[in-house]
Design a protein. Structure first.
Length: 539
C-alpha cells in the first residue's frame, strides 16, 4: 500500500461525519499514489457509506470507478458464486457493484442458506381445502404477505395445526415451534392474535395443545449478547425448533435475517409473515420485498381484508397505488373517521392523554392503563425539527405541566437493546408509583398481555418519552386512533411506503397534519433500495 496519506476535505451536505471518516480511513490506506485518484476514491467510498446508512447493501459503479477500486487494492474481486470465506479485503467488487465486506457476506450467505432450505425435499405433503396452506406446506421456506386484516395469522394457525396433524401420524413427536417478531409490541400483537384464532380452530384438543402461543422477540429467540453483534444461537449452535415463524418480517434487516436463517437447524421450516408494501427495515436491506419479488413459488399474497375496511382502507389503497390527488380528496371529505386536523395541535394531543393519565393517577390495573395508552398515538416522520418526535414530546409535556425528568404517567420507549434486563429497542414502558409505596417504577406489559416487569428508572437502558413516536418505530403496532404529522417541507425520507405504514397503524380513526404539496410529493416517491439478494436467489 502507498505510504502517502492525506486529509481530503470535501464538505458534502449529503455525507455524514461517519461517511467522511470511513472514506478518509480507507482512501489513506489505498494503493493510489495520485492525489486526484485518492480524491475520487474518497468520494466513492463516502457515497458507499452514505448508501449503506440509507438502507442499500451496495452501490452500482461505472467502468472508471471499477478500475479505480481495482487499483486501490482495497477490494476482493468476486462473483455471486464465490467462496464466502475467500474475502480478505474490506471491500468487495462483484461485477459492477461495490460492497463493504460485511454486507456482501450477509447478502450472499442469506441467499445460499435460503436456496439450501428450498432445495430440501418435503415429505408427507398434506392436501387441505385451504390454497394458502397447501402452498406453504409444500416448501421448507415460505412467505405469507398481505395488508392489514387479510388473515395472515389466521392462515398460519391453520398451517400449524395441519403440520402437527401430519406429524402425529408419524412415529415421532410433535413439531417444536418458535414464534417471534422484531419488537416486543409486534410479539404481543401476534400472541394475542394466535390466541384468538386458536379458540375458533377446528381441530382436536390434542392438536390445539401442540400449537405454540408464546411469542418472543427475534433477539430474545436467538439469544442476544450484551454489547455484541453476535447471538448465542448460530450455525454451529442452532435453534432447537423444527419450525420458526417470524411476523412483521418487513422490519427485519439483512444482517438479522441472515443470522436468523443461519441459526436454523437442518431440515427446519421457516415461515415469514408481513406486509411487503410497508417500510423496509431501518438498517440495510429490503429482505421481504426482495424475496417476494424474486419468486411467487413460495410466496402467498393475501388480498382480501376482513377487518380493515372503510375510508382508512380506501386511503391506504390510494397511497399504495400512488394516487396522490385521490388520497388528498379522501382526507378533505370532513369524515369522522379520517381527515385533516384543524384544531390546535398540542391541545388536541394533550387532551387525548387525559383518560390514560387519569387511570395512572388512580392506580388502575396495568392492563387497563396500557390499553388506554394504546387508544391514541402520534406518529411523526422525523425525530428532529418541526412536527418531529422531539418537538411534540417536549410541547406536550409543557402543556400537561410535566416538568420533571421522571413523572407519574411518563410513557417511554427503550432505544437500545439490553439482553441482561431483557429489554429491547422499541419496548414501551409507563412510569407509575409502586403498588405499596410512592417510589417511581417503570412498568412493561409482556407479550402475553398480562405479565408485568418493573424497573427503577435508573436501571433502564437509554430511553425517550413517547407521547409521539416515529413512523418507523410504530411498525408492528396498532392504535385505535392515529395522528400523523409530516414536515412542512419535502424530504428524502418522505415516501409512499412511510405514509402507507403510518395510515395502516390506525384501526378506526385517522387525522393528518400536512401540507398538500408535501403529502402528494411523498406519495409520488417510492423507496428503491439497491440490493442483489433477488438476483442471487435466482442462481
Amino acid at each position: 500500500m502507498s505510504a502517502v496519506t492525506s486529509t481530503i476535505s470535501t464538505p458534502k451536505a449529503e455525507f455524514s461525519r461517519l461517511d467522511l471518516a470511513f472514506a478518509q480511513f480507507f482512501s489513506n490506506r489505498s494503493n493510489l499514489n495520485s492525489a486526484s485518484e485518492q480524491e475520487q476514491l474518497f468520494k466513492l467510498l463516502a457515497k458507499l457509506s452514505a448508501a449503506q446508512n440509507n438502507g442499500h447493501s451496495c452501490i452500482k459503479i461505472n467502468k472508471l470507478e471499477i478500475q479505480l477500486v481495482i487499483q486501490s487494492q482495497l477490494a476482493t474481486i468476486t462473483n455471486k458464486e464465490s467462496n464466502l470465506h475467500s474475502i480478505i479485503q474490506p471491500l468487495v467488487l462483484e461485477l459492477n457493484y461495490l460492497y463493504t465486506h460485511k454486507y456482501w457476506f450477509y447478502e450472499t450467505r442469506l441467499a445460499l442458506q435460503l436456496k439450501k432450505l428450498l432445495a430440501q425435499p418435503v415429505t408427507n405433503t398434506i392436501n387441505t381445502d385451504d390454497a394458502t396452506a397447501n402452498c406453504v406446506l409444500k416448501h421448507k421456506f415460505s412467505i405469507i404477505t398481505g395488508g392489514p386484516g387479510t388473515g395472515k395469522t389466521t392462515s398460519v394457525v391453520k398451517i400449524l395445526a395441519k403440520l402437527q396433524e401430519a406429524t402425529q401420524q408419524q412415529p415421532q413427536e410433535f413439531l417444536s415451534i418458535a414464534l417471534a417478531a422484531p419488537t416486543g409490541k409486534a410479539a404481543m400483537r401476534l400472541q394475542e392474535s394466535i390466541g384468538n384464532n386458536l379458540q375458533e380452530l377446528n381441530c382436536t384438543p390434542i392438536i390445539k395443545a401442540q400449537i405454540q402461543t408464546n411469542v418472543s422477540t427475534i433477539h430474545r429467540l436467538l439469544g442476544a449478547k450484551y454489547h455484541s453483534a453476535f447471538f448465542k444461537h448460530h450455525a454451529n449452535k442452532p435453534l432447537p425448533y423444527d419450525l420458526v415463524v417470524i411476523d412483521e418480517a418487513s422490519m427485519v434487516d439483512l444482517a438479522l435475517m441472515s443470522k436468523l436463517v443461519d441459526a436454523l437447524k437442518p431440515a427446519a421450516r421457516l415461515i415469514l409473515l408481513g406486509d411487503k408494501d410497508q417500510l423496509s427495515s431501518v438498517e440495510s436491506g429490503s429482505v421481504l420485498a426482495d424475496l417476494t419479488y424474486n419468486s411467487p413459488t413460495y410466496t402467498i399474497e393475501l388480498k382480501k381484508s376482513y377487518r380493515f375496511q372503510g375510508l382508512i382502507k380506501e386511503l391506504a389503497t390510494a397511497i399504495n397505488t400512488q394516487q396522490g390527488q385521490q388520497a388528498w380528496q379522501l382526507l378533505n371529505q370532513n369524515d369522522a373517521d379520517i381527515g385533516l386536523l384543524t384544531t390546535d395541535l398540542i391541545s388536541y394531543i394533550a387532551n387525548k392523554q387525559q383518560s390514560y393519565l387519569n387511570l395512572v393517577r388512580q392506580r388502575d390495573t396495568c392492563k387497563n392503563i396500557f390499553a388506554a395508552f394504546n387508544e391514541f398515538q402520534v406518529l411523526c416522520a422525523t425525530r428532529h425539527g418541526e412536527n418531529s418526535v422531539n418537538a411534540i414530546n417536549s410541547q406536550v409535556e409543557q402543556q400537561l405541566n410535566l416538568t420533571n425528568t421522571w413523572y407519574v404517567g411518563r410513557p417511554i420507549m427503550i432505544q437500545e437493546n439490553n439482553p441482561n434486563l431483557e429489554l429491547y429497542n422499541g419496548d414501551i414502558g409507563i412510569c407509575m408509583h409502586c403498588k405499596h409505596s410512592n417510589e417511581l417504577m417503570v412498568y412493561f406489559l409482556q407479550a402475553d398481555g398480562n405479565s408485568i416487569k418493573t424497573f427503577l428508572p435508573s436501571r433502564l437502558p437509554p430511553c425517550s418519552t413517547v407521547f409521539a413516536m416515529t413512523i418507523h418505530k410504530s411498525q408492528g403496532s396498532e392504535f385505535n386512533e392515529v395522528l400523523i404529522l409530516l414536515p412542512t417541507k419535502n424530504m428524502p425520507i418522505l415516501t409512499k411506503e412511510l405514509i402507507y405504514t403510518a395510515i395502516t397503524r390506525a384501526k378506526t380513526k385517522l387525522n393528518l397534519v400536512a401540507e398538500k404539496s408535501v403529502f402528494i410529493s411523498a406519495i409520488a416517491q417510492k423507496v428503491q433500495r439497491q440490493s442483489n439478494l433477488h438476483l442471487k436467489m435466482q442462481l
